[in-house]
Ligand binder design. Structure first.
Ligand code: MEV
Length: 442
């Protein structure tokens, strides 16, 4: 090992105290170790108990990574008002959600429909007795698995959930002797990942026990894990109004009818073209991820599932759709959302707990409705800008604050710049030049 590499590797790092971890990091990777040390420590929570909770979510923690926690008011969802908590680092996302919420507030608000709430888990195994033989025994296997997992399902059953079904799937045409037990689960208000994973591992063990009890060769369990693809756990969020009620756009220069047609064409483009669909869906996830994060849910699972769902017909496409007919404008989003409002981080993370409280401690289906509506609002706001003024005007206005911070503008310079750029096109260079001129004239 070269001295360079040796110097920057370490054994036993996880056993070091937090301060010693930081010390090793700053001394080996930073030019100004003392300042970096101070900076990292400054983000520690002032309450040791709270910091302990945060540290418990991960490993080798050295500090906390701050993200803005914003809110978007004026959402009316199924007739109920909400202020939506959003954790996001991108300028203009929260403003766009709030603007779309306000727009739809006077046009009936958002409506949602829960299309399903079931989740899937998989036990992959190899078994030399063949598909026909396994299929013949499936009913007995199921009975055995259900009878030997009662201890794990008792609580969920009492809450109205549990194991909905167990199916056998044949993959032996693609991989010799490969089969899958596919479990379908109802996990009520919890995301249910741990419940499902524990059950699946039990199924694997009990499938082997079944084989032994029946004097059969033993199956080899390859792996047992939940699937993050949940096309049976889907919510539809929609908005609709008379086209004439859409109002005018672009300072009155674009009629409601023209807007509706252009908007519908923009959605059609995202249905047709995967390059556009990716950006379009990214805009939807700007809203979705922000609420998923704020409520302590797993945004990686939600993203992975959403994109798989967007490609369910064999081609990556738009998650939202628009229809204009009979004088009506209809815009909707179908999205799989396997989320929870109990368990996981939901009650442990201090701010996630507050986010849920802000939303009135919703059930999981209610939170699915809230998240999907935020995604639809975000998508509406983005496409509305794209087909009218263009996205950069609003975006750069919101980004101005970041540019001013990067250029270390004083409060007075900020105030002047915000006033100046209310009538000018914002760009990094334009702001730098403006500040330079201001500073030179002092
Ligand atoms: C930017 O974060 C998101 C948008 O690009 C979405 C879209 O193009 O629809 C504005």
């Amino acid at each position: 090992m070269s001295p360079q590499v040796e110097h920057k590797t370490i054994s036993g790092f996880s056993k070091l105290s937090k301060r010693k971890k930081i010390k090793w990091i700053v001394e080996n990777f930073f030019k100004d170790p003392e300042n970096v040390m101070k900076e990292l420590v400054s983000y520690w929570h002032k309450d040791d108990k709270q910091q302990e909770i945060l540290d418990g979510f991960s490993e080798n923690t050295i500090s906390n990574f701050p993200m803005p926690f914003g809110v978007a008011p004026n959402f009316i969802i199924n007739g109920k008002p909400y202020v939506i908590p959003m954790v996001i680092e991108e300028s203009s996302v929260v403003a766009a959600a709030a603007a779309a919420a306000k727009f739809w507030m006077s046009r009936g608000g958002f409506k949602t429909e829960i299309i399903g709430t079931q989740k899937i888990g998989q036990v992959f195994f190899k078994w030399d007795i063949g598909y026909t033989s396994i299929a013949q025994k499936l009913s007995a296997i199921k009975q055995h698995l259900l009878a030997h997992s009662l201890d794990l399902t008792k609580n969920m059953n009492a809450r109205g959930g549990g194991i909905v079904d167990i199916k056998l799937k044949d993959f032996s045409d693609q991989e010799e002797g490969l089969y899958q037990l596919e479990g379908t689960f109802e996990t009520c208000d919890s995301m249910g990942a741990n419940y499902i994973k524990s059950l699946l591992e039990r199924f694997g063990l009990e499938l082997k026990a079944f084989a032994i009890n029946h004097g059969l060769s033993e199956p080899e369990i390859i792996m047992s894990i939940l699937s993050n693809y949940t096309p049976q756990c889907v919510v539809r969020a929609s908005v609709s109004c008379k086209i004439s009620d859409l109002g005018t756009f672009d300072q009155g220069t674009m009629t409601a009818k023209h807007f509706a047609q252009k908007f519908a064409t923009a959605i059609r483009i995202a249905e047709i073209d995967p390059y556009r669909a990716t950006t379009h869906n990214k805009g939807i996830f700007n809203g979705i991820d922000a609420v998923v994060l704020a409520t302590g849910n797993d945004f990686r699972a939600i993203e992975a599932c959403g994109h798989a769902y967007a490609a369910r017909n064999g081609k990556y496409s738009s998650l939202s759709h628009c229809n204009i007919s009979d004088g009506m404008f209809k815009f909707w989003l179908d999205i799989p959302l396997a989320i929870g409002t109990v368990g996981g981080l939901t009650k442990l993370h201090p701010i996630a707990k507050r986010s849920l409280e802000l939303l009135g401690n919703p059930s999981a289906p209610e939170l699915m409705s809230i998240i999907a509506s935020t995604g639809l609002a975000q998508n509406f706001a983005a496409v509305r800008s794209l087909v009218t003024t263009g996205i950069q005007k609003g975006h750069m206005k919101m980004h101005l604050q970041n540019i001013l911070n990067t250029l270390e503008a004083t409060p007075e310079e900020k105030e002047k710049s915000i006033d100046h750029f209310s009538k000018q096109v914002v760009s990094f260079n334009a702001v730098r030049e403006y500040l330079n001129t201001q500073r030179a004239s002092v």
